[in-house]
Design a protein around this ligand. Structure first.
Ligand SMILES: Cc1ncc(COP(=O)(O)O)c(C=O)c1O
Length: 383
């Protein structure tokens, strides 16, 4: 199988598994226990915290481990909104139309059920938000805004470097979902004035079910979870020691290899994209330049997206129609709708990763060409 769905999830790197193994067996103590077994596990957690902090250029105390990106997004968006409303009555929220559901639905829920007001800023066909339009949505009572670093479906990079400092100057807290960007695009939370940031380890060759909420210690927050008071009281619950150790090891791995890996991925991506674009009726969704180096998302005329995906799968290529988190849904994704992607086309996302080779992308491009032709010959349906 040629796996081109690294935006959905990535394989666990063998070096990450090796780092985790002791914490699945020998070092099984509870990291909150005072005895030696607990403290051995605690050392693993604290080392991981340092690895993540170094990767992001922030103090280790700002790093809070969670169960993944969804929890980190919810904890930031809801937790900051609740805290700001309680401290100074701020009850307005701003985000964009192309955020992941973990942000968009959290904000919509706050608006529908908790009396917050919400502005969702649109994006044009480029899939990149206009900084001026985003900043124009800010109000004197804005509690928290959320702008993703990179989109999960079309890979577009958002102008955090411009928006972040301006939001900070307005005294508003900025959350960013950096789940897709981490390890693949530069991130500078401190320089950009980011108050909260979400990561997910399984998107960067770490284990599933563990993530990071980067939260400045000056950021007001109410906790989603109440319990033992771990992680500054922001995220109670027994530490997932092995998962956290894997998250730290993976963060170190991807940041230490980014300088070679990003141009390599971009080369593979461009090689494949150029081949796909030679097929008549195929066009790229979203901006080509302001884009993650490993992301292709194409619109294909005369083919049903699900049918094309099944045909590719049968031919041995794993791709995606959009966000894996909503696979099974047949209506066009909110991201493709937001960028005005043609509704009568099929849409396919290919995302490369550490394990992708040149052969993989050239073979996958040939198989794509073949599948599109077969489907079109059959009137667009899978046969
Ligand atoms: C941009 C983005 N945010 C959040 C998430 C959710 O992360 P997790 O799978 O760790 O809950 C994903 C996963 O697809 C994502 O792509």
């Amino acid at each position: 199988m040629i796996y081109l769905d690294h935006a959905a999830t990535t394989p666990l790197d063998p070096s990450v598994l090796a780092a985790m193994e002791p914490f699945l067996q020998a070092d099984y103590g509870n990291p909150s226990s005072a005895h030696a077994a607990g403290q051995a596990a605690r050392r693993g957690v604290e080392r991981a915290r340092e690895q993540v902090a170094t990767a992001l250029g922030v103090p280790p105390l700002d790093v809070i481990f969670t169960s993944g990106g969804t929890e980190a997004d919810n904890a930031a968006v809801k937790g900051i909104a609740w805290a700001r409303r309680e401290s100074d009555g701020a009850s307005h929220l701003v985000t964009t139309a192309i955020e992941h559901h973990a942000v968009l639905e959290a904000m919509e829920w706050l608006a529908e059920h908790q009396g917050f007001s919400l502005d969702v800023v649109p994006v044009g066909p480029s899939g990149v938000v206009d900084p001026e339009q985003f900043l124009a949505a800010l109000r004197h009572d804005t509690a928290v805004v959320s702008l993703m670093a990179a989109n999960n479906e079309i890979g577009t990079l958002q102008p955090l470097d411009v928006v972040g400092p301006a939001v900070r100057d307005c005294g508003v807290i900025l959350h960013t979902d950096a789940v897709q960007a981490f390890g693949r695009a530069p991130l500078d939370p401190q320089e950009w004035g980011v108050g909260a940031l979400a990561l997910s380890a399984h998107k960067f060759n770490g284990p599933k079910g563990v993530g990071v909420l980067l939260l400045g210690r000056d950021i007001p927050v109410q906790s989603l979870l109440h319990g033992g008071g771990q992680e500054r009281g922001v995220r109670s619950g027994t530490f997932n020691a092995a998962g956290i150790v894997g998250c730290g090891a993976a963060a170190e791995l991807v940041t230490s290899t980014m300088a070679e890996e990003v141009p390599r991925l971009r080369g593979l991506r461009d090689r494949m994209l150029d081949r796909l674009l030679t097929v008549q009726g195929v066009s790229l969704n979203g901006d080509r330049e302001r884009r993650l180096p490993h992301n292709i998302n194409v619109a294909v005329a005369g083919c049903d997206g699900e049918a094309l995906l099944l045909a590719l799968d049968a031919a041995g290529v794993a791709a995606s129609t959009g966000s894996a988190c909503q696979s099974g849904a047949t209506e066009p994704s909110h991201v493709l709708s937001a960028v005005g992607a043609p509704v009568d086309h099929g849409h396919v996302r290919f995302t490369m990763g550490r394990t992708t080779s040149e052969d993989d992308v050239t073979t996958a491009a040939d198989l794509f060409t073949h599948c599109v032709k077969r489907l079109r010959d059959a009137g667009g349906a899978f046969v």
